[in-house]
Design a protein around this ligand. Structure first.
Ligand code: ATP
Ligand code: MG
Length: 299
């Protein structure tokens, strides 16, 4: 049994620590309402400290994108556990994984596993760190869920800076009033987005993001690995990958196929999402498991 399979087996059982892992399992609860009753986030820019873009936290929670940050809510606690090894990897700069370790791609094998949910909550949790800033990149340029939900779909973003080299990253970053999280929107739709993401300009942009601000962690929400080629291209640019596994849906074969598309020298992290379901007074529950690996079987 491979290390990944063994770790998954343990995560799914919810017991014990997989080998070479950090973090732990915990129960989460967060309230979700039917999509039909959820109002759209208002596109409102308000003057808080000048230029911060307003995000309505309660609406993001109701849309199922954000779990409450209150420490008493287990999901927030769980993301505290999930972020820790990612932060450690990014800040320690171990020799093997030092390249772009502050760039974290949130990926999955198949659609709907919870990448966007995990990206937003991970970013929100990292933003609570005193010494760290966080940049959330909507790198799912074909299905820009974050840009849409945040009310940033009409903004310039990643695709624009890739296409037009005269546009700087700083020009398109959006600073929000949600814990000061910065967002790089997906930008305009482009029929050659895969080529743009695979371009030299993309390498430059990612390198600039990785090196310019040493105190910044960059969380990238990606499309699914087995459905598009874009996620695979994005994975080459980052030091860390958080692979979201959807309990009961993502099969071991899906995971293996997804892993085969990734560079085994990257730090591969697993997030087991939606692994417990319970309902009490309109609350949904889930369970996260987490493991981080040097994926190389020879290690
Ligand atoms: N832990 C969780 N508990 C409850 N609901 C969740 C959880 N994680 C994700 N969801 C819900 O599952 C749905 C899919 O999540 P999300 O959009 O984050 O997936 P995705 O992997 O980004 O999908 P896509 O591949 O389409 O981009 C959303 O309605 C989200 O609110
Ligand atoms: Mg998504």
């Amino acid at each position: 049994m491979s290390k990944i399979q063994e770790a998954l087996r343990r995560l799914q059982k919810g017991g014990g620590q997989p080998p070479k892992t950090h973090g732990a399992d915990a129960t989460l609860t967060h309230r979700r309402l039917p999509e039909s009753v959820i109002p759209i986030v208002r596109k409102k820019k308000i003057a808080i400290d000048g230029e911060k873009f307003h995000l309505d936290e309660s609406q993001l929670i109701r849309r199922g994108l954000l779990a409450p940050l209150d420490h008493a809510i287990p999901v927030a606690d769980e993301f505290r556990r999930i972020k820790r090894p990612l932060i450690d990897n990014a800040t320690k700069h171990s020799e093997k994984h030092e390249d772009h370790m502050n760039l974290i791609l949130v990926a999955s094998a198949c659609p709907g596993a919870g990448k966007t949910f995990c990206s937003v909550n991970l970013a929100a949790s990292i933003s609570l760190e005193r010494e760290l800033n966080v940049l959330l990149v909507d790198a799912d340029v074909a299905k820009p869920h974050i840009s849409d939900a945040f009310g940033l779909s009409d903004r310039r973003g990643l695709i624009d800076i890739l296409e037009d080299e005269t546009i700087s990253i700083a020009e398109v970053l959006v600073r929000t009033d949600l814990n000061d999280i910065q967002v790089l929107p997906a930008g305009r739709k482009h029929n050659q987005s895969t080529e743009l993401l695979a371009s030299e300009r993309m390498e430059e942009v990612m390198h600039e993001l990785a090196t310019r601000y040493a105190d910044r962690l960059i969380v990238l929400d990606s499309p699914p690995l087995l459905v598009t080629s874009e996620a695979q291209v994005l994975a080459t640019q980052v030091g860390q990958i958080a692979l979201v596994v959807e309990t009961g849906k993502t099969t071991n074969q899906d995971i293996q196929e997804a892993l085969e598309l990734l560079d085994r020298d990257k730090a591969i992290n697993l997030i087991l999402n939606k692994s417990l379901y319970s309902q009490t007074n309109g609350y949904y529950g889930g369970r996260y498991g987490y493991g981080t690996y040097g994926f190389n079987e020879d290690q």
